[in-house]
Design a binder for this molecule. Structure first.
Ligand code: BG6
Length: 510
Protein backbone atom coordinates (compact mmCIF):
# COMPACT_ATOMS: atom_id res chain seq x y z
CA UNK A 1 0.00 0.00 0.00
CA UNK A 2 2.91 2.37 0.68
CA UNK A 3 3.49 2.29 -3.04
CA UNK A 4 0.21 4.06 -3.74
CA UNK A 5 1.64 7.19 -2.23
CA UNK A 6 4.47 7.26 -4.72
CA UNK A 7 2.37 6.93 -7.86
CA UNK A 8 1.88 9.87 -10.19
CA UNK A 9 -0.97 9.80 -12.64
CA UNK A 10 -0.79 11.60 -15.95
CA UNK A 11 -3.62 12.05 -18.46
CA UNK A 12 -7.05 13.64 -18.53
CA UNK A 13 -10.19 12.72 -16.65
CA UNK A 14 -12.72 11.18 -19.02
CA UNK A 15 -15.71 13.28 -20.06
CA UNK A 16 -19.31 12.03 -20.29
CA UNK A 17 -20.34 10.61 -23.65
CA UNK A 18 -22.68 12.61 -25.90
CA UNK A 19 -26.48 12.11 -26.06
CA UNK A 20 -27.55 8.66 -27.27
CA UNK A 21 -29.89 5.71 -26.90
CA UNK A 22 -28.56 2.20 -26.45
CA UNK A 23 -30.87 -0.39 -28.00
CA UNK A 24 -30.23 -3.89 -26.65
CA UNK A 25 -31.46 -6.82 -28.74
CA UNK A 26 -31.67 -9.81 -26.41
CA UNK A 27 -32.56 -7.62 -23.45
CA UNK A 28 -33.92 -10.47 -21.36
CA UNK A 29 -30.72 -12.49 -21.69
CA UNK A 30 -27.83 -13.25 -19.44
CA UNK A 31 -25.41 -10.75 -20.91
CA UNK A 32 -27.80 -7.84 -20.40
CA UNK A 33 -28.38 -8.48 -16.71
CA UNK A 34 -24.90 -9.71 -15.82
CA UNK A 35 -22.73 -7.30 -17.79
CA UNK A 36 -24.41 -4.59 -19.86
CA UNK A 37 -26.76 -3.03 -17.32
CA UNK A 38 -24.24 -3.25 -14.44
CA UNK A 39 -21.61 -1.69 -16.74
CA UNK A 40 -23.96 1.16 -17.70
CA UNK A 41 -24.68 1.65 -14.01
CA UNK A 42 -20.93 1.84 -13.26
CA UNK A 43 -20.55 4.45 -16.01
CA UNK A 44 -23.47 6.44 -14.62
CA UNK A 45 -21.91 6.26 -11.18
CA UNK A 46 -18.74 7.78 -12.56
CA UNK A 47 -20.81 10.55 -14.24
CA UNK A 48 -19.84 9.31 -17.69
CA UNK A 49 -23.40 9.05 -19.05
CA UNK A 50 -25.21 12.25 -20.04
CA UNK A 51 -28.64 13.28 -18.92
CA UNK A 52 -29.78 12.78 -22.51
CA UNK A 53 -29.41 9.06 -22.31
CA UNK A 54 -31.85 6.17 -22.77
CA UNK A 55 -31.96 2.39 -23.06
CA UNK A 56 -34.43 0.45 -25.19
CA UNK A 57 -34.56 -3.28 -24.54
CA UNK A 58 -35.88 -5.58 -27.28
CA UNK A 59 -36.68 -9.23 -26.57
CA UNK A 60 -39.37 -11.78 -27.23
CA UNK A 61 -41.02 -11.94 -23.77
CA UNK A 62 -44.42 -10.25 -23.75
CA UNK A 63 -43.87 -7.65 -21.03
CA UNK A 64 -44.64 -4.00 -20.48
CA UNK A 65 -41.94 -1.45 -19.67
CA UNK A 66 -42.80 -1.36 -15.95
CA UNK A 67 -42.64 -5.15 -15.57
CA UNK A 68 -39.39 -5.24 -17.53
CA UNK A 69 -37.82 -2.51 -15.40
CA UNK A 70 -38.86 -4.35 -12.26
CA UNK A 71 -37.40 -7.65 -13.52
CA UNK A 72 -34.21 -6.13 -14.86
CA UNK A 73 -33.75 -4.16 -11.66
CA UNK A 74 -34.12 -7.29 -9.56
CA UNK A 75 -31.88 -9.48 -11.70
CA UNK A 76 -29.14 -7.02 -12.59
CA UNK A 77 -28.57 -5.48 -9.17
CA UNK A 78 -27.01 -8.74 -7.94
CA UNK A 79 -24.29 -8.23 -10.52
CA UNK A 80 -23.38 -4.74 -9.41
CA UNK A 81 -20.29 -4.95 -7.25
CA UNK A 82 -19.86 -2.80 -4.21
CA UNK A 83 -22.63 -0.93 -2.43
CA UNK A 84 -25.52 0.00 -4.71
CA UNK A 85 -26.17 3.70 -5.08
CA UNK A 86 -29.97 3.81 -5.10
CA UNK A 87 -30.24 7.21 -6.81
CA UNK A 88 -28.01 6.18 -9.72
CA UNK A 89 -29.78 2.85 -10.04
CA UNK A 90 -33.24 4.44 -10.30
CA UNK A 91 -31.85 7.15 -12.65
CA UNK A 92 -30.74 4.34 -14.96
CA UNK A 93 -33.90 2.23 -14.71
CA UNK A 94 -36.11 5.27 -15.33
CA UNK A 95 -34.43 5.55 -18.71
CA UNK A 96 -35.31 2.00 -19.78
CA UNK A 97 -38.12 1.29 -22.26
CA UNK A 98 -39.06 -2.23 -23.29
CA UNK A 99 -40.25 -3.41 -26.69
CA UNK A 100 -41.45 -7.01 -27.06
CA UNK A 101 -40.88 -8.43 -30.52
CA UNK A 102 -39.57 -11.17 -32.73
CA UNK A 103 -36.16 -10.31 -34.24
CA UNK A 104 -37.18 -11.85 -37.58
CA UNK A 105 -40.40 -9.87 -37.92
CA UNK A 106 -40.48 -6.60 -39.91
CA UNK A 107 -43.22 -5.29 -37.63
CA UNK A 108 -40.80 -5.29 -34.65
CA UNK A 109 -38.62 -2.77 -36.49
CA UNK A 110 -41.56 -0.58 -37.46
CA UNK A 111 -42.57 -0.44 -33.80
CA UNK A 112 -38.94 0.13 -32.80
CA UNK A 113 -38.83 3.16 -35.09
CA UNK A 114 -41.87 4.62 -33.31
CA UNK A 115 -40.47 3.86 -29.84
CA UNK A 116 -37.12 5.40 -30.75
CA UNK A 117 -38.80 8.54 -32.04
CA UNK A 118 -40.66 8.88 -28.73
CA UNK A 119 -37.64 8.15 -26.54
CA UNK A 120 -35.50 10.44 -28.61
CA UNK A 121 -37.96 13.31 -28.28
CA UNK A 122 -38.46 12.71 -24.56
CA UNK A 123 -34.81 12.32 -23.59
CA UNK A 124 -33.16 14.48 -26.24
CA UNK A 125 -30.82 11.70 -27.39
CA UNK A 126 -30.19 13.43 -30.71
CA UNK A 127 -31.15 10.49 -32.94
CA UNK A 128 -27.91 8.75 -31.99
CA UNK A 129 -28.35 5.02 -31.57
CA UNK A 130 -26.08 2.19 -30.49
CA UNK A 131 -27.64 -1.16 -31.43
CA UNK A 132 -26.18 -3.84 -29.21
CA UNK A 133 -26.69 -7.38 -30.54
CA UNK A 134 -26.73 -9.45 -27.37
CA UNK A 135 -28.53 -12.27 -29.18
CA UNK A 136 -27.53 -15.70 -30.44
CA UNK A 137 -25.25 -15.21 -33.47
CA UNK A 138 -27.81 -16.63 -35.92
CA UNK A 139 -29.69 -13.32 -35.62
CA UNK A 140 -26.76 -10.92 -36.20
CA UNK A 141 -27.03 -10.61 -39.99
CA UNK A 142 -30.81 -10.44 -40.11
CA UNK A 143 -31.18 -7.83 -37.35
CA UNK A 144 -28.77 -5.49 -39.12
CA UNK A 145 -30.51 -6.02 -42.48
CA UNK A 146 -33.87 -5.30 -40.91
CA UNK A 147 -32.58 -2.21 -39.10
CA UNK A 148 -31.39 -0.96 -42.45
CA UNK A 149 -34.72 -1.87 -44.06
CA UNK A 150 -36.53 0.18 -41.40
CA UNK A 151 -34.31 3.19 -42.10
CA UNK A 152 -32.59 2.89 -38.72
CA UNK A 153 -29.05 2.16 -39.89
CA UNK A 154 -28.23 5.25 -41.97
CA UNK A 155 -26.03 7.96 -40.48
CA UNK A 156 -27.47 11.19 -41.82
CA UNK A 157 -27.24 14.74 -40.55
CA UNK A 158 -24.41 14.05 -38.13
CA UNK A 159 -26.33 11.34 -36.23
CA UNK A 160 -24.55 8.14 -35.45
CA UNK A 161 -25.86 4.60 -35.80
CA UNK A 162 -23.48 1.98 -34.42
CA UNK A 163 -23.82 -1.78 -34.29
CA UNK A 164 -22.15 -3.76 -31.51
CA UNK A 165 -21.68 -7.42 -32.41
CA UNK A 166 -20.92 -9.97 -29.71
CA UNK A 167 -18.88 -13.10 -30.24
CA UNK A 168 -18.84 -15.72 -31.68
CA UNK A 169 -18.21 -13.99 -34.99
CA UNK A 170 -18.72 -16.95 -37.31
CA UNK A 171 -17.82 -20.55 -36.69
CA UNK A 172 -15.07 -20.75 -39.30
CA UNK A 173 -13.48 -18.61 -41.98
CA UNK A 174 -16.31 -19.00 -44.50
CA UNK A 175 -19.09 -18.15 -42.06
CA UNK A 176 -17.14 -15.16 -40.73
CA UNK A 177 -16.74 -13.89 -44.29
CA UNK A 178 -20.43 -14.37 -45.00
CA UNK A 179 -21.35 -12.48 -41.82
CA UNK A 180 -18.94 -9.66 -42.62
CA UNK A 181 -20.44 -9.38 -46.08
CA UNK A 182 -23.99 -9.45 -44.72
CA UNK A 183 -23.23 -6.66 -42.25
CA UNK A 184 -21.40 -4.57 -44.81
CA UNK A 185 -24.37 -4.82 -47.20
CA UNK A 186 -26.38 -2.79 -44.69
CA UNK A 187 -23.88 -0.60 -42.83
CA UNK A 188 -20.31 0.67 -43.26
CA UNK A 189 -17.39 -1.09 -41.62
CA UNK A 190 -16.89 2.07 -39.52
CA UNK A 191 -20.32 1.54 -37.92
CA UNK A 192 -19.53 -2.01 -36.77
CA UNK A 193 -18.06 -2.60 -33.32
CA UNK A 194 -17.11 -6.28 -32.95
CA UNK A 195 -16.63 -6.94 -29.26
CA UNK A 196 -13.98 -9.08 -27.70
CA UNK A 197 -14.52 -8.68 -23.98
CA UNK A 198 -10.83 -9.41 -23.31
CA UNK A 199 -10.05 -5.97 -24.73
CA UNK A 200 -12.20 -4.45 -21.99
CA UNK A 201 -9.90 -5.82 -19.31
CA UNK A 202 -7.63 -3.15 -17.83
CA UNK A 203 -4.68 -5.52 -17.77
CA UNK A 204 -5.07 -6.26 -21.46
CA UNK A 205 -5.26 -2.56 -22.30
CA UNK A 206 -2.19 -2.05 -20.17
CA UNK A 207 -0.07 -4.26 -22.43
CA UNK A 208 0.25 -1.37 -24.88
CA UNK A 209 1.08 1.15 -22.17
CA UNK A 210 3.54 -1.20 -20.53
CA UNK A 211 5.34 -1.92 -23.78
CA UNK A 212 5.31 1.51 -25.35
CA UNK A 213 5.29 3.99 -22.46
CA UNK A 214 8.47 2.56 -20.96
CA UNK A 215 11.90 2.84 -22.44
CA UNK A 216 13.40 -0.26 -20.89
CA UNK A 217 11.29 -3.14 -22.21
CA UNK A 218 10.97 -2.52 -25.92
CA UNK A 219 14.69 -2.91 -26.77
CA UNK A 220 14.66 -6.48 -25.44
CA UNK A 221 11.22 -7.42 -26.80
CA UNK A 222 12.43 -9.43 -29.78
CA UNK A 223 14.03 -12.65 -31.01
CA UNK A 224 17.48 -11.58 -29.88
CA UNK A 225 16.50 -11.74 -26.22
CA UNK A 226 13.24 -13.68 -26.05
CA UNK A 227 13.43 -17.47 -26.04
CA UNK A 228 9.70 -18.10 -26.27
CA UNK A 229 6.33 -16.76 -25.16
CA UNK A 230 3.57 -18.63 -23.31
CA UNK A 231 0.00 -17.36 -23.38
CA UNK A 232 -2.34 -19.13 -20.99
CA UNK A 233 -6.06 -18.72 -20.44
CA UNK A 234 -6.90 -21.39 -17.89
CA UNK A 235 -10.32 -21.67 -16.29
CA UNK A 236 -11.42 -23.55 -13.21
CA UNK A 237 -15.05 -23.59 -14.29
CA UNK A 238 -16.49 -26.21 -16.59
CA UNK A 239 -18.96 -25.72 -19.42
CA UNK A 240 -21.79 -24.74 -17.02
CA UNK A 241 -25.15 -24.06 -18.68
CA UNK A 242 -23.70 -23.44 -22.14
CA UNK A 243 -23.59 -27.05 -23.34
CA UNK A 244 -25.58 -26.50 -26.51
CA UNK A 245 -23.30 -23.73 -27.76
CA UNK A 246 -20.08 -25.30 -26.51
CA UNK A 247 -20.69 -28.73 -28.06
CA UNK A 248 -20.62 -27.11 -31.49
CA UNK A 249 -17.74 -24.79 -30.67
CA UNK A 250 -15.05 -26.38 -28.48
CA UNK A 251 -12.08 -24.67 -26.86
CA UNK A 252 -10.26 -23.76 -30.07
CA UNK A 253 -13.16 -21.88 -31.69
CA UNK A 254 -14.39 -20.46 -28.38
CA UNK A 255 -11.12 -18.92 -27.22
CA UNK A 256 -8.39 -18.75 -29.88
CA UNK A 257 -9.46 -16.65 -32.88
CA UNK A 258 -10.65 -14.01 -30.45
CA UNK A 259 -9.28 -13.80 -26.88
CA UNK A 260 -5.95 -15.60 -27.26
CA UNK A 261 -5.14 -13.98 -30.57
CA UNK A 262 -5.90 -10.55 -29.12
CA UNK A 263 -3.40 -11.22 -26.34
CA UNK A 264 -0.93 -12.52 -28.90
CA UNK A 265 -1.38 -9.50 -31.17
CA UNK A 266 -0.89 -6.98 -28.35
CA UNK A 267 2.21 -8.83 -27.16
CA UNK A 268 3.80 -9.19 -30.57
CA UNK A 269 2.73 -6.06 -32.49
CA UNK A 270 5.05 -3.27 -33.62
CA UNK A 271 4.58 0.15 -32.01
CA UNK A 272 1.68 1.96 -33.73
CA UNK A 273 2.30 5.53 -34.83
CA UNK A 274 -0.60 6.80 -32.69
CA UNK A 275 -3.47 5.61 -30.53
CA UNK A 276 -5.86 6.24 -33.42
CA UNK A 277 -8.02 3.19 -34.06
CA UNK A 278 -6.62 2.62 -37.51
CA UNK A 279 -2.96 2.69 -36.43
CA UNK A 280 -3.46 0.29 -33.54
CA UNK A 281 -5.67 -2.06 -35.52
CA UNK A 282 -3.29 -2.05 -38.50
CA UNK A 283 -0.41 -3.20 -36.33
CA UNK A 284 -2.48 -5.90 -34.64
CA UNK A 285 -3.70 -7.17 -38.00
CA UNK A 286 -0.10 -7.42 -39.27
CA UNK A 287 0.77 -9.84 -36.46
CA UNK A 288 -2.06 -12.18 -37.34
CA UNK A 289 -1.17 -12.02 -41.02
CA UNK A 290 2.46 -12.82 -40.18
CA UNK A 291 1.65 -16.05 -38.33
CA UNK A 292 3.18 -18.88 -40.30
CA UNK A 293 0.39 -21.06 -41.73
CA UNK A 294 0.38 -24.46 -40.02
CA UNK A 295 0.64 -27.45 -42.33
CA UNK A 296 -1.42 -30.61 -41.77
CA UNK A 297 1.70 -32.44 -40.54
CA UNK A 298 2.45 -29.63 -38.11
CA UNK A 299 -1.08 -29.83 -36.75
CA UNK A 300 -0.23 -33.36 -35.60
CA UNK A 301 2.88 -32.32 -33.68
CA UNK A 302 2.20 -28.65 -32.83
CA UNK A 303 -1.31 -28.88 -31.43
CA UNK A 304 -2.94 -30.78 -28.60
CA UNK A 305 -6.61 -31.15 -27.76
CA UNK A 306 -8.11 -32.43 -24.56
CA UNK A 307 -11.37 -33.06 -22.79
CA UNK A 308 -11.85 -33.10 -19.04
CA UNK A 309 -12.85 -36.21 -17.19
CA UNK A 310 -14.36 -36.63 -13.77
CA UNK A 311 -12.19 -35.90 -10.72
CA UNK A 312 -11.99 -34.35 -7.32
CA UNK A 313 -11.20 -30.62 -7.08
CA UNK A 314 -10.97 -28.22 -4.16
CA UNK A 315 -14.77 -27.91 -4.32
CA UNK A 316 -15.38 -31.67 -4.28
CA UNK A 317 -16.15 -34.20 -6.98
CA UNK A 318 -16.96 -32.77 -10.40
CA UNK A 319 -18.52 -34.44 -13.40
CA UNK A 320 -16.72 -35.28 -16.61
CA UNK A 321 -17.53 -33.06 -19.60
CA UNK A 322 -19.47 -35.92 -21.18
CA UNK A 323 -21.72 -36.09 -18.10
CA UNK A 324 -22.57 -32.37 -18.11
CA UNK A 325 -26.02 -31.15 -19.14
CA UNK A 326 -26.71 -30.99 -22.90
CA UNK A 327 -23.44 -32.78 -23.73
CA UNK A 328 -23.34 -35.99 -25.80
CA UNK A 329 -22.23 -39.05 -23.85
CA UNK A 330 -19.58 -39.73 -26.52
CA UNK A 331 -18.78 -36.08 -27.26
CA UNK A 332 -15.61 -35.43 -29.26
CA UNK A 333 -15.61 -31.69 -28.41
CA UNK A 334 -12.34 -30.42 -26.95
CA UNK A 335 -12.41 -28.47 -23.70
CA UNK A 336 -8.65 -27.82 -23.89
CA UNK A 337 -6.40 -26.76 -26.74
CA UNK A 338 -2.70 -26.00 -26.94
CA UNK A 339 -1.04 -24.66 -30.07
CA UNK A 340 2.49 -23.70 -31.06
CA UNK A 341 2.71 -20.80 -33.50
CA UNK A 342 5.55 -19.00 -35.24
CA UNK A 343 5.40 -15.38 -36.33
CA UNK A 344 7.34 -14.85 -39.50
CA UNK A 345 8.53 -11.31 -38.88
CA UNK A 346 11.89 -9.62 -38.33
CA UNK A 347 11.10 -9.21 -34.67
CA UNK A 348 9.88 -12.72 -33.94
CA UNK A 349 11.27 -15.20 -36.51
CA UNK A 350 12.19 -18.42 -34.72
CA UNK A 351 10.55 -17.52 -31.39
CA UNK A 352 7.76 -20.00 -30.61
CA UNK A 353 4.53 -18.70 -29.13
CA UNK A 354 2.83 -21.44 -27.14
CA UNK A 355 -0.87 -20.81 -26.51
CA UNK A 356 -3.14 -22.89 -24.30
CA UNK A 357 -6.64 -22.61 -22.97
CA UNK A 358 -8.90 -25.04 -21.19
CA UNK A 359 -11.79 -25.50 -18.84
CA UNK A 360 -11.72 -27.29 -15.48
CA UNK A 361 -8.00 -26.79 -14.98
CA UNK A 362 -6.17 -26.50 -11.68
CA UNK A 363 -6.64 -22.79 -11.39
CA UNK A 364 -8.12 -19.73 -13.07
CA UNK A 365 -5.01 -18.15 -14.51
CA UNK A 366 -4.72 -15.86 -17.52
CA UNK A 367 -1.21 -14.66 -18.21
CA UNK A 368 1.39 -13.85 -20.80
CA UNK A 369 4.87 -15.08 -19.94
CA UNK A 370 7.84 -13.71 -21.84
CA UNK A 371 10.62 -16.19 -21.30
CA UNK A 372 14.01 -14.56 -21.91
CA UNK A 373 17.11 -16.36 -23.09
CA UNK A 374 19.41 -17.50 -20.34
CA UNK A 375 22.61 -15.65 -19.47
CA UNK A 376 25.84 -17.48 -20.40
CA UNK A 377 26.99 -19.48 -17.39
CA UNK A 378 30.76 -19.42 -17.90
CA UNK A 379 31.30 -17.16 -14.91
CA UNK A 380 29.73 -19.72 -12.59
CA UNK A 381 31.46 -22.81 -14.00
CA UNK A 382 33.70 -23.32 -11.03
CA UNK A 383 31.17 -22.46 -8.37
CA UNK A 384 28.45 -24.45 -6.62
CA UNK A 385 25.89 -22.96 -9.02
CA UNK A 386 24.93 -25.74 -11.39
CA UNK A 387 22.20 -23.98 -13.35
CA UNK A 388 21.10 -20.41 -14.04
CA UNK A 389 17.38 -19.66 -14.10
CA UNK A 390 16.31 -17.66 -17.14
CA UNK A 391 14.47 -14.39 -16.59
CA UNK A 392 10.71 -14.43 -17.07
CA UNK A 393 8.37 -11.49 -17.29
CA UNK A 394 4.78 -12.41 -16.50
CA UNK A 395 1.84 -10.17 -17.31
CA UNK A 396 -0.94 -11.46 -15.05
CA UNK A 397 -4.21 -10.64 -16.78
CA UNK A 398 -6.39 -12.27 -14.12
CA UNK A 399 -6.74 -12.88 -11.23
CA UNK A 400 -4.28 -10.93 -9.02
CA UNK A 401 -3.68 -8.56 -11.92
CA UNK A 402 -0.12 -7.38 -12.18
CA UNK A 403 3.30 -7.78 -13.73
CA UNK A 404 6.25 -9.67 -12.32
CA UNK A 405 9.84 -10.05 -13.46
CA UNK A 406 11.94 -12.85 -12.08
CA UNK A 407 15.69 -12.54 -11.74
CA UNK A 408 18.55 -14.26 -9.97
CA UNK A 409 19.92 -12.82 -6.73
CA UNK A 410 22.69 -13.95 -4.46
CA UNK A 411 21.42 -15.81 -1.45
CA UNK A 412 23.07 -14.12 1.58
CA UNK A 413 25.88 -16.21 3.08
CA UNK A 414 29.51 -17.16 2.54
CA UNK A 415 28.94 -19.57 -0.39
CA UNK A 416 27.75 -18.53 -3.84
CA UNK A 417 24.15 -19.55 -4.21
CA UNK A 418 21.61 -17.96 -6.52
CA UNK A 419 17.93 -17.68 -5.72
CA UNK A 420 15.22 -16.72 -8.22
CA UNK A 421 13.33 -13.69 -6.88
CA UNK A 422 10.47 -11.54 -8.16
CA UNK A 423 9.93 -7.86 -8.78
CA UNK A 424 6.19 -7.70 -8.56
CA UNK A 425 3.68 -4.97 -9.37
CA UNK A 426 0.09 -5.52 -8.25
CA UNK A 427 -2.70 -3.39 -9.70
CA UNK A 428 -4.75 -3.47 -6.57
CA UNK A 429 -1.90 -2.34 -4.33
CA UNK A 430 -1.18 0.68 -6.51
CA UNK A 431 -4.55 1.70 -7.84
CA UNK A 432 -7.05 0.01 -5.52
CA UNK A 433 -9.93 -2.12 -6.78
CA UNK A 434 -12.56 -0.47 -9.00
CA UNK A 435 -15.87 -2.28 -9.46
CA UNK A 436 -15.95 -3.27 -13.11
CA UNK A 437 -17.67 -5.81 -15.34
CA UNK A 438 -15.06 -5.35 -18.08
CA UNK A 439 -17.68 -3.82 -20.40
CA UNK A 440 -17.45 -0.22 -19.14
CA UNK A 441 -14.59 0.90 -21.37
CA UNK A 442 -16.00 -0.91 -24.38
CA UNK A 443 -19.43 0.69 -24.02
CA UNK A 444 -17.92 4.09 -23.28
CA UNK A 445 -15.62 3.89 -26.30
CA UNK A 446 -18.40 2.74 -28.60
CA UNK A 447 -20.69 5.59 -27.50
CA UNK A 448 -17.74 7.92 -28.15
CA UNK A 449 -17.04 6.44 -31.58
CA UNK A 450 -13.61 5.11 -30.65
CA UNK A 451 -13.14 1.73 -32.34
CA UNK A 452 -9.57 1.07 -31.16
CA UNK A 453 -10.57 -1.77 -28.85
CA UNK A 454 -12.92 -3.44 -31.31
CA UNK A 455 -12.14 -6.02 -33.93
CA UNK A 456 -11.99 -5.17 -37.60
CA UNK A 457 -13.34 -7.48 -40.33
CA UNK A 458 -9.85 -8.34 -41.63
CA UNK A 459 -8.53 -9.22 -38.16
CA UNK A 460 -11.44 -11.53 -37.46
CA UNK A 461 -10.88 -13.28 -40.77
CA UNK A 462 -7.11 -13.46 -40.20
CA UNK A 463 -7.76 -15.18 -36.85
CA UNK A 464 -9.99 -17.78 -38.46
CA UNK A 465 -7.43 -18.31 -41.23
CA UNK A 466 -4.85 -19.34 -38.62
CA UNK A 467 -7.07 -21.91 -36.91
CA UNK A 468 -8.66 -23.40 -40.05
CA UNK A 469 -5.93 -26.02 -40.74
CA UNK A 470 -6.24 -27.17 -37.14
CA UNK A 471 -10.02 -27.41 -37.30
CA UNK A 472 -9.76 -29.32 -40.60
CA UNK A 473 -7.28 -31.90 -39.32
CA UNK A 474 -9.09 -32.32 -36.00
CA UNK A 475 -12.36 -32.87 -37.84
CA UNK A 476 -10.77 -35.45 -40.14
CA UNK A 477 -9.10 -37.37 -37.30
CA UNK A 478 -11.46 -37.83 -34.36
CA UNK A 479 -9.83 -37.78 -30.92
CA UNK A 480 -9.04 -41.25 -29.63
CA UNK A 481 -8.26 -40.70 -26.00
CA UNK A 482 -11.00 -38.41 -24.64
CA UNK A 483 -11.32 -37.72 -21.75
CA UNK A 484 -7.57 -37.24 -21.42
CA UNK A 485 -7.18 -34.92 -18.45
CA UNK A 486 -8.71 -34.92 -15.02
CA UNK A 487 -10.75 -31.96 -13.81
CA UNK A 488 -8.62 -29.74 -11.63
CA UNK A 489 -5.37 -30.86 -13.27
CA UNK A 490 -2.70 -29.11 -15.36
CA UNK A 491 -4.25 -30.39 -18.61
CA UNK A 492 -3.39 -33.32 -20.88
CA UNK A 493 0.04 -34.93 -20.66
CA UNK A 494 0.37 -34.48 -24.46
CA UNK A 495 0.50 -30.72 -23.87
CA UNK A 496 3.54 -31.16 -21.64
CA UNK A 497 5.14 -33.30 -24.34
CA UNK A 498 4.53 -30.55 -26.90
CA UNK A 499 6.88 -28.25 -24.99
CA UNK A 500 9.19 -31.00 -23.75
CA UNK A 501 10.02 -31.85 -27.38
CA UNK A 502 11.36 -28.30 -27.69
CA UNK A 503 13.27 -28.61 -24.39
CA UNK A 504 10.77 -26.35 -22.58
CA UNK A 505 7.99 -26.64 -20.01
CA UNK A 506 4.69 -24.88 -19.31
CA UNK A 507 4.57 -22.61 -16.32
CA UNK A 508 2.57 -24.45 -13.68
CA UNK A 509 -1.00 -23.35 -12.96
CA UNK A 510 -0.99 -22.47 -9.27
C1 BG6 B 1 -16.03 -16.42 -23.30
C2 BG6 B 1 -16.07 -17.88 -23.62
O1 BG6 B 1 -15.86 -15.66 -24.46
O2 BG6 B 1 -14.93 -16.17 -22.41
C3 BG6 B 1 -16.22 -18.70 -22.36
O3 BG6 B 1 -17.16 -18.15 -24.50
C4 BG6 B 1 -15.13 -18.35 -21.37
O4 BG6 B 1 -16.21 -20.09 -22.64
C5 BG6 B 1 -15.03 -16.85 -21.17
O5 BG6 B 1 -15.43 -18.98 -20.16
C6 BG6 B 1 -13.82 -16.49 -20.35
O6 BG6 B 1 -13.88 -15.13 -20.02
P1 BG6 B 1 -13.19 -14.57 -18.69
O7 BG6 B 1 -13.39 -13.09 -18.78
O8 BG6 B 1 -13.89 -15.22 -17.54
O9 BG6 B 1 -11.75 -14.98 -18.76
Amino acid sequence: MANRETQTITGQHPLPVGPCTVVIFGASGDLTRRKLVPALYNLARQHLLPDSFAIVGVATSELGTDAFRERLGREARDHVRGELDAATWSWLLSRVTYLPGNFRDADTYRRLLTVLDQVDAERGTGGNFVFYLATPPTFFGEIVQRLDGAGLAGEEAGRFRRIVVEKPFGTDLDSARVLNRQLCDSVNEGQIYRIDHYLGKETVQNILVFRFANGIFEPIWNRRYVDHVQITVAEELGVEERGTYYEGAGALRDMFPNHLFQLLALTAMEPPISFAAQSVRDEKAKVLHAIKPITSEEVLSWTVRGQYGEAGTREGRVAAYRAESKIAADSATETYAAVKLLIDSWRWAGVPFYLRSGKRLARRQTEIAIQFKCAPSVLFRETAVSRLECNVMVIRVQPEEGIAVSFGAKVPGPSLQIGSVNMDFSYEDYFGATPSTGYETLLYDCMNGDATLFQRADTVEAGWRVVMPILDVWRAIPPRSFPNYASGSQGPAEADQLLARDGRAWRPLR
